[in-house]
Design a protein around this ligand. Sequence first.
Ligand code: SAH
Length: 213
Amino acid sequence: MRDSAKHQGLRNQLVEVLKQKGIVDSNVLDAIKRVPRHLFLDSSFEDFAYQDKAFPIGAGQTISHPYTVAFQSQLLQVKKEDKILEIGTGSGYQTAVLVAMGARVYSIERQNELYKKTSALLPRLGIRPKLMTFGDGYKGLPNYAPFDAIIVTAGAPFIPQALLGQIKIGGRLIIPIGDEVQIMTELIRINEKQFEKHEHGDFKFVPMLENKN
Ligand code: SAH
């Protein structure tokens, strides 16, 4: 599959849909306009890649809705060169959006099949995260901490304590919390011990699971 003027046209339409749904961060919208989402999906989904829908990506997982990717990316308040930890690489689409926004991205995936597939795909598309690794996101990446922001792209039953300690003071964690339905939760690190919490509505993610598979 390649990227064409037709795909670019569909991406421009998707950006309009995301604006109507309330996404305002121009860095996010610009990244969505540039990242060819169809190349992160099986070719059978090519015609639908720019609809605001989730699709299967293998290993029982799904690529998030473009709106969800845009919403989480907006909450992250990414500045150029920010060091960002992503839990749940999956298809690599969210990773690619953050890289397009100028972030230095470290991404963890617990499904070996997806880790292998996506760590081969991104360099082929010319997308270079700082690090892609096979591991358990509940542990974060202590050797690379602290991060300006951490994004979790799977539904977590609770806040993983290890992640809180890996956020810079003034940085934030964006994490969907809950079982059947998750509340998009933002935790800003005020100082060594204190966090400020904001909630941003209901979403539905595949579960964040412990250990590697
Ligand atoms: N950002 C991805 C979303 C994929 S779905 C995309 O846009 O395609 C969520 C992903 O989180 C799945 O690939 C799942 O395997 C992964 N995941 C679940 N629990 C995890 C954990 N503890 N550590 C790392 N990845 C995890």
